[in-house]
Ligand binder design. Structure first.
Ligand code: NAD
Ligand code: TYD
Length: 403
């Protein structure tokens, strides 16, 4: 099926589709919206976003400031777990792209509940609304503005490489068993399994993507790359968890957004597609790269107590999506350069986020860790690595506070 699709990519959406994009005020969802609307085709988008601490309507400012783009965008503030909001929006949509989630692993360790509410109940509410529309389509009751029959909405669930759990050596493939190990990844796995069950049981047109660690402009400064850029710009310590040799595969934000749009249009019903970044690096190397670009010293880096259950490595095989005709366009060198430049040029954006609720979060997540932190050795690793951090953690730090 993939080989066939590579030669004849079928578009599975109608021309000039109306997309319901949930979480479209967040980091990657807003990039998805900006990219599509800037292209100037006839796609219309309704964003449904709860505007949690991570949502920021300002992420869509460029769209809202351009009349031709703004005319094709509607913004609805609301919760994907609220059926009364979701039902009418899904009724109008040709496809639902579900970016909405609580997205930070560390926060899922501090407070898991919101992850389940959005990642499981929210996904269920969206799927139920799609099921209602599928029934209406089957009964000939689902019609466009021109009165023509419309098919049931397509549902794309944005998932993550973290559902595979920590993989020591292999490259995860779509058929591999799921082994999520944090409340975040467990909620994401639950959400995508639920979506798959609605394909198998009710025949919904479901597609799932699993993206790798994403980075770029507009990323909330709680995540590794923007946190370390913003801390370094202020000459604040950079809290590197454990030995810092955990490996992630870095995917530039526009490549993630583009891959999801490609799968939305061309993915086969019921299929899962990995979206790797093809830039697997240990955290130490990422941090060294950031510091070099910012002209800041390695001495800012502190080895601190590790994240509980910290996954050692994520890496995926991307051949299935490539066979569908997609390939990434942005190398890590280019993407990290653009990211550093953007955070330097947009201090106002991240300083506004690093205020208010931020201070309490930062203290809860990092105060004890930084108090017990030690020098992080050299960028390549440290003879004082994991053992010293563990010893420092035992000597100085309480276990991370839960809930
Ligand atoms: P983000 O935290 O920046 O944005 C999430 C958005 O969802 C926010 O705008 C927030 O207000 C909104 N939201 C949260 N709960 C909601 C609810 N109940 N109803 C409506 N809106 C709600 O996240 P992100 O980094 O842009 O990630 C987007 C999606 O991509 C998530 O599903 C995440 O799991 C997935 N993903 C992210 C990465 C990554 O590295 N960031 C990698 C793979 C997959
Ligand atoms: P993060 O950006 O939180 O993404 P994820 O947990 O989804 O991979 O973290 C990326 C890596 O960086 C991960 O191995 C944890 C590590 N990390 C730190 O060492 N220190 C930090 O303060 C943060 C936020 C992350």
């Amino acid at each position: 099926m993939n080989r066939e699709a590579a030669t004849t990519p079928i578009d599975r959406l109608p021309p000039s589709p109306h997309l319901l994009v949930t979480g479209g005020a967040g980091f990657i969802g807003s990039a998805f919206v900006r990219e599509i609307l800037a292209r100037g085709d006839r796609t219309r988008i309704t964003v449904l976003d709860k505007l949690t601490y991570a949502g920021n309507r300002g992420n869509l400012a460029s769209v809202e400031a351009a009349p031709a783009q703004a005319a094709r965008l509607r913004f609805v503030e609301g919760d994907i777990a609220d059926a009364s909001v979701v039902g009418p929006l899904v009724a109008e949509a040709d496809a639902v792209v579900n970016w909405a989630a609580e997205s930070h692993v560390d926060r899922s360790i501090l407070d898991p509940e919101a992850f389940l509410r959005t990642g499981v109940i929210g996904v269920h509410v969206l799927l139920e609304a799609c099921r209602v529309e599928a029934a209406r389509a089957a009964a000939g009751e689902r019609r466009g503005m021109d009165g023509a029959a419309r098919p049931a909405p397509r549902f794309l669930q944005v998932s993550t490489d973290e559902v595979y759990g920590s993989v020591e050596t292999v490259y995860s493939r779509e058929g591999d068993a799921l082994d999520p190990r944090s409340p975040y990844s467990a909620a994401k796995a639950a959400g995508e399994l639920l979506a798959r069950s609605y394909f198998v049981t009710f025949g919904l047109d479901v597609v799932i993507t699993r993206g790798s660690n994403t980075y770029g402009p507009f990323q909330h400064p709680e995540k590794l790359i923007p946190l370390f850029i913003s801390n370094a710009m202020d000459d604040q310590p950079l809290p590197l968890y454990g030995d810092g040799l955990q490996r992630r595969d870095w995917l530039y934000v526009t490549d993630h957004a583009g891959a999801v749009e490609h799968a939305l249009h061309h993915g086969a019903t019921g299929e899962v597609y990995n979206v790797p970044g093809e830039a697997e690096l240990p955290n130490r190397e990422v941090v060294a790269e950031l510091l070099a670009r910012l002209g800041k010293p390695w001495s800012l880096v502190r080895s601190v107590a590790d994240r509980p259950g910290h996954d050692r490595r994520y890496a995926m095989d991307g051949s299935k999506l490539r066979a569908l005709g997609w390939q990434n366009a942005v190398s890590f060198q280019q993407g990290i350069g653009e990211t550093v430049d953007w955070f330097r040029a947009n201090e106002g954006w991240w300083r506004a986020i690093r205020s208010g609720e931020w201070d309490a979060y930062y203290a809860r997540q990092y105060s004890a860790r930084l108090a017990g932190g030690v020098a992080a050795g050299s960028p390549g690793g440290s003879p004082r690595g994991a053992e010293t951090v563990a010893a420092a953690a035992q000597a100085h730090e309480p276990a991370p506070e839960l809930g």
